[in-house]
Design a protein around this ligand. Structure first.
Ligand code: 7TS
Length: 407
């Protein structure tokens, strides 16, 4: 990949922060956006704005065509069997809530178990805990090793005939650990359970093929993969989605609402619209389509290898620095471009504030993954996370600052 050419596509990378060139290392929180995405959104509002699926006038049909074209692009991008398996949501969080509420509505009861892991983002913990309180099912947690990797033996041993769904992040947003979700999906299916993976940190960074992984659900967010905020995706296997009750009711998700003999009879729309109540973020979906075009043109293997290269380089440099502790596994082969660390003598927020003085954007805190921080025995951590436009020169500058602090 020609990183210098890529950088020209991202206007924000020309910004100065505190008089220094911006070095954006907070990509796990949200990525920056190229001109093509910004232009797709502007173009939609300038020339094609209309509500989708509901009018026969030209603007409505153009908007509908652009919107549904994005669904096709996303379907191909993750190798779904059909665009009808792609449901637009507000993001990963809403996609997971959709599955939790929908299954909770009619499938999960007091004899059932949901299995998740202790490395999850809160958005793959809290919805299950909320619904469990209403429906009386049990939420079980798979353990995580001290280096942040999944304890596979423990997770597998907790999958039983009572397990209705296993929910696991594909890549941890704290350590960058890549989980072998394909292997877990097999065990889940052997026991009659569904498999949901949280792809918020995998889909933007590597090739994800839902048919190869054979998962039932995949949730991800547009804004972490060059797209706008406010739009995300739930992929669901047709057979699973067809059985589920809609998450939200409203316009668009119904086939028919009729009133007879004093009661209302409602039938659901076809997939995927059955799960898309109300007017969606049309511009956001179109922007996400442009983001997918950008990533496809780069090639996801190239994206993954570039970040792997940066992670390897940064890890080797950081290991030589005094007063820095790195967390997560030492085996980088099973890891994405996320580096959690602590700087001796500074809290994580102090670390992030200090780097901000030098124009470097880092995340600090517990990254919405408190249980994992408990396991790592950390109140919080600082985190650098890379994407397609980051360079080794930026990492050199980052290391230079750490060395200046040490001297
Ligand atoms: N799952 C994972 C693994 C995530 O990393 C995030 C966001 C979410 C779910 C939620 O995504 P959303 O788009 O619905 O908010 N993670 C982070 C992060 O690491 N720093 O800021 C947001």
């Amino acid at each position: 990949m020609n990183i210098q050419a890529i950088r020209q596509d991202f206007p924000i990378l020309n910004r100065q922060i505190n008089g220094k060139p911006l070095i954006y290392f907070d990509n796990a929180a949200t990525s920056q956006k190229p001109y093509s995405v910004i232009d797709a959104i502007t173009n939609y509002y300038q020339y094609h704005n209309g509500n989708i699926h509901r009018a026969i006038h030209t603007l409505s049909s153009e908007a509908t065509e652009l919107f549904e074209k994005s669904r096709e692009k996303i379907s191909k991008f993750i190798n779904a069997k059909s665009p009808n398996e792609i449901i637009f949501t507000r993001g990963t969080t809403e996609a997971i809530n959709l599955v939790a509420y929908s299954l909770g509505c009619d499938t999960l009861g007091s004899d059932d178990e949901v299995l998740i892991s202790l490395m999850e983002h809160h958005s793959n913990i809290v919805p299950w805990e909320i619904i469990a309180k209403c429906r009386g099912f049990t939420v079980k947690y798979g353990h995580v090793n001290k280096d942040g990797t999944l304890d596979y033996q423990d997770f597998m041993s907790k999958i039983t005939k009572k397990t209705k769904i296993c929910c696991l992040s594909h890549v941890s947003n704290v350590t960058g650990v890549i989980n072998d979700v394909k292997c877990i999906a097999k065990v889940a299916h052997d026991n009659g359970a569904l498999m949901l993976i949280d792809g918020a940190q995998s889909v933007p960074h590597m090739k994800v093929d839902v048919q190869d992984l054979n998962v039932d659900f995949l949730a991800f967010s547009g804004h972490k993969m060059l797209g706008p905020t406010g739009v995300g995706v739930l992929y669901g296997k047709k057979e699973a989605l067809q059985k589920m009750t809609p998450f939200q009711g409203g316009g668009e998700m119904i086939k028919d609402v009729s009133f007879s003999a004093d009661h209302c009879v409602v039938s659901w729309n076809e997939l995927p619209w059955k799960f898309e109540a109300g007017t969606p973020d049309i511009a956001g979906v179109i922007g996400l389509g442009a983001a997918i075009d950008y990533l496809v043109a780069l090639g996801m293997d190239n994206v993954f290898n570039h970040e792997k290269d940066l992670t390897q380089y940064a890890t080797e440099c950081l290991k030589k620095c005094r007063d820095i502790t790195l967390y997560g596994p030492t085996d980088l082969s099973q890891k994405c471009g996320i580096l959690p660390f602590c700087l001796r003598g500074f809290s994580s927020h102090e670390t992030a504030a200090l780097f901000n003085e030098y124009g470097i954007a880092l995340r600090s805190g517990y990254h919405c993954a408190q249980p994992l921080h408990q396991i790592l025995n950390l109140p919080s951590s600082a985190r650098a996370s890379f994407y397609i436009y980051n360079t080794k020169a930026e990492i050199d500058r980052f290391i230079e600052i750490i060395e200046e602090l040490n001297s």
